[in-house]
Write a protein that binds this ligand. Structure first.
Ligand SMILES: [Mn+2]
Length: 426
């Protein structure tokens, strides 16, 4: 949809002002210790996967207000992510949800992905709903279920996901379990855990050795008394029991209010078990808002842990898969995703600006105020010119949302797909 020439035309009127702001930041004391191009390069290299289930308008228990032009097929979803990628060059991969997006025409999909410069990074299993014609029900759990036949069906579904993923060169299986109980006494808590461990181990055994299993946790919902994997400690224990390629996935919305998520991130990095991220914004719980919309300082502190641990030789080097997991109830999903990626890149850029030597000195000498001021100094920097420069240098739009609107992308999608097209997903 956006040719290089079209992007250059859209960027042209913004260029002079951008260069002024960028130069001002590059010359500022904040970047005194840094090679500004090295920071831009890090931003260019940072990629966030887009979920196939979040390209339509999301709903709540109460209703759904569709926007129109939603992608109806996996091919159209790839098209939507291609639009994002052409604008920000930071969303080069897709997280696939099975069974909402079962790949059919593998050769055609591979060609389409190549054309759009995209890859499938992970497949996500779904044992939180009963599918039509499914022999066993997940009403009382899946991998933790008391009945072997239900567990076996859930194990097989996860293995099927891996097989679909292999056909499209994915390397990661993400498992989020809705298993748990709603009432005290309903479930034997330890036995449910052990059955889950056994089931995950069986899936792990069936995975190719170069695959990673990401184990997500969530404190409540859909079960309100207990979740089998409620917290990072449980995820970590499962991963340690299963194998080296089992890693914890941190979903920012899967914490109770006021949880110190940056500390969890630091711990998991230290133990070499942070495998992935689901980015979203959270006000009360798993409300799946735009990443960075409500707690930008927390997002910055999380990136501060990621940047700091990446520089620490004593921390095991590990690839972290970054993905968005959000819902868009009242926004155009594509605009929301552009905002999320921009907020993620901004938090990362700010974390890269932290004067680490000065911070270490302040921490070691217990200079509390100085340490906090160093973080505040980076957090309060306006890094938008750095992010825009990363977009520009990688061939994207200086202002992706403005370009999206100027081109009338949503109107075109509605024209192509209709006002009432509905996407599978949240
Ligand atoms: Mn998630």
């Amino acid at each position: 949809m956006f040719s290089d020439q079209r992007l250059a035309d859209l960027n042209q009127p913004l260029l002079a002002e951008h260069q002024l702001h960028f130069q001002h930041l590059a010359d500022s004391p904040r970047l005194r210790y840094q090679d500004v191009q090295a920071v831009v390069q890090k931003l260019i290299e940072f990629q966030v996967a887009i979920p196939s289930w979040a390209l339509g308008t999301g709903g709540t228990r109460f209703g759904r207000f569709a926007l129109g032009g939603e992608p109806r097929t996996l091919e159209e979803k790839i098209g939507d992510v291609g639009i994002l990628q052409s604008l920000n060059r930071s969303s080069n991969s897709i997280s696939l949800h099975i069974p909402w997006d079962i790949p059919q025409d593998i050769a055609g999909l591979q060609q389409l992905l190549k054309q759009q410069g995209l890859v499938i990074d992970s497949v996500n299993s779904n044992t939180f709903q009963d599918q039509k014609d499914q022999p066993q029900s997940y009403k009382f759990g899946s991998l933790s279920h008391t009945e072997k036949a239900v567990r076996e069906q859930a194990i097989q579904h996860n293995i099927d996901c891996v097989r679909y993923g292999e056909q499209l060169d994915a390397k990661t299986l993400t498992v989020w379990l809705a298993d748990g109980s709603n009432f005290p006494g309903q479930q034997h808590l330890r036995r449910a855990f052990l059955r889950t461990q056994e089931s995950l181990a069986a899936i792990y055994e069936a995975m190719p050795t170069d695959w990673t299993m990401l184990v997500e946790y969530k404190p409540y919902e859909p079960n309100f008394y207990s979740m089998v994997i409620p917290d990072w400690g449980t995820s970590l224990a499962l991963c340690q029991a299963i194998g080296a390629n089992a890693q914890v996935l941190v979903d920012l919305g899967h914490h109770l209010p006021n949880t110190n998520i940056e500390q969890i991130v630091g711990r998991l990095r230290q133990f070499g078990r942070l495998g992935g991220f689901h980015f979203n914004g959270s006000m009360y719980g798993d409300d799946d808002l735009t990443t960075g919309s409500t707690k930008p300082f927390q997002l910055f502190l999380i990136f501060n842990e990621l940047v700091d641990s990446a520089l620490d030789q004593t921390v095991p080097a590990a690839a972290v898969a970054y993905m968005i997991d959000a819902s868009h109830n009242v926004k155009d999903p594509l605009e929301d995703l552009l905002q999320s990626v921009e907020n993620i890149l901004s938090a990362y850029a700010k974390a890269l600006l932290v004067d680490r030597n000065a911070l270490n000195e302040a921490q070691e000498s217990n200079d509390v105020v100085r340490a906090e001021e160093i973080l505040r100094d980076a957090f309060l920097s306006d890094v938008r010119p750095l992010v825009a420069e990363a977009y520009r240098q990688s061939g994207g739009a200086l202002n992706p949302i403005a370009a999206y609107r100027a081109e009338g992308v949503r109107e075109q999608l509605i024209h192509q797909r209709g006002k009432h097209s509905v996407s599978t997903g949240l």
